[in-house]
Design a protein around this ligand. Structure first.
Ligand SMILES: NC(=O)c1ccc[n+]([C@@H]2O[C@H](COP(=O)([O-])OP(=O)(O)OC[C@H]3O[C@@H](n4cnc5c(N)ncnc54)[C@H](O)[C@@H]3O)[C@@H](O)[C@H]2O)c1
Length: 268
């Protein structure tokens, strides 16, 4: 039996993963705004600190896995700064803050949730990506609201920042060097309340319909399909993954960007 903390455990992918891991006999410590064992707002430094403390106490200082599902989508009228705070800072703070308890775990593994919007949603702000990665939340929030665009577009910026943070950190002595796996997944369109929320806006609903047409199977993914991938990554058989961003998107990225990856390495 493994002990795994999941943020965003109250809904969608996080809830499906909590159900899957519990059914597999593991101990799940759920974190969410509400409706979870630990209730905390990961959009604020105080909420993140409270969540880190509560998870550490709940797991007795020994954590085998951490999956950071908590996130918000872009919507008309929703500020991009909220996405920066929840999607990026809420993710990396939990990963950083729980790294020492993961170090005490058995074949520990952390998985962050990026998105295939990073490669398939054109035109988002690289300045916001860089502002997030610079680590100054107040400045990143300013860039998000004053320099970057609408949150529907900038969602992808926050998710690219997560992917880049994971790749940079995974190989350091703190993570890979300490035997802690750190990876991210990049789901495509998955049928969760987040997508239902987007579909309630007329324009976004049209974009989501177009996006669905890029999926080879002609349907959105099921949260259980992502839960199965996360169960593998947080388990004891995925022990050679380090710094990977694993796309699971029904073919959207392959359809839109067929020849862009793997990218040849140009030296000089
Ligand atoms: N559904 C998709 O198509 C899709 C695709 C790619 C990536 N993702 C990512 O997967 C993750 C899970 O998304 P989902 O589709 O299951 O969405 P969801 O809306 O069903 O679940 C997200 C959860 O995060 C929680 N959350 C939001 N803000 C929070 C905060 N400030 N503090 C604590 N918890 C908070 C919500 O309460 C909710 O339970 C997100 O990071 C999302 O960006 C989703």
């Amino acid at each position: 039996m493994r002990t795994v903390a999941i943020t965003g455990a109250g809904s969608g992918i996080g809830a499906a993963t909590a159900a899957r891991l519990s059914a597999d006999g593991h101990r799940v410590i759920g974190v969410d705004l509400r409706g979870a064992e630990i209730e905390a707002d990961l959009g604020t430094p105080e909420g993140r600190d409270a969540a880190i403390g509560a998870v550490t106490e709940a797991c007795g200082g020994v954590l085998d896995g951490l999956i950071t599902c908590a996130g918000v989508a872009g919507l008309p009228g929703r500020p991009s700064s909220l996405l920066a705070s929840v999607n990026y800072f809420g993710t990396v703070a939990l990963l950083d803050g729980l790294r020492s308890v993961l170090a005490e775990g058995d074949r520990p593994s952390a998985v962050a949730i990026s998105s295939n919007s990073t490669t398939t949603a054109p035109g988002y702000s690289l300045e916001l990506v860089e502002a997030c990665l610079a680590g100054d939340e107040a400045e990143a929030r300013r860039v998000a609201d004053e320099v970057a665009g609408e949150s529907m577009i900038e969602y992808a910026a926050t998710k690219l920042a997560v992917a880049r943070w994971v790749r940079a950190q995974a190989v350091t002595p703190h993570w890979g060097g300490a035997g802690i796996r750190l990876n991210a997944i990049a789901p495509g369109m998955i049928a969760t309340p987040m997508i239902d929320e987007g579909a309630s806006d007329e324009n976004l609903a049209k974009q989501l319909d177009m996006f669905k047409q890029t999926i080879a199977f002609g349907r959105a993914g099921d949260p259980a399909e992502i839960a199965a991938l996360l169960a593998f990554l947080v388990g004891t058989e995925s022990t050679f993954f380090c710094g990977s961003i694993i796309f699971c998107d029904g073919g959207t990225d392959a359809l839109l960007r067929a020849n862009d990856w793997p990218a040849r390495w140009e030296l000089g």
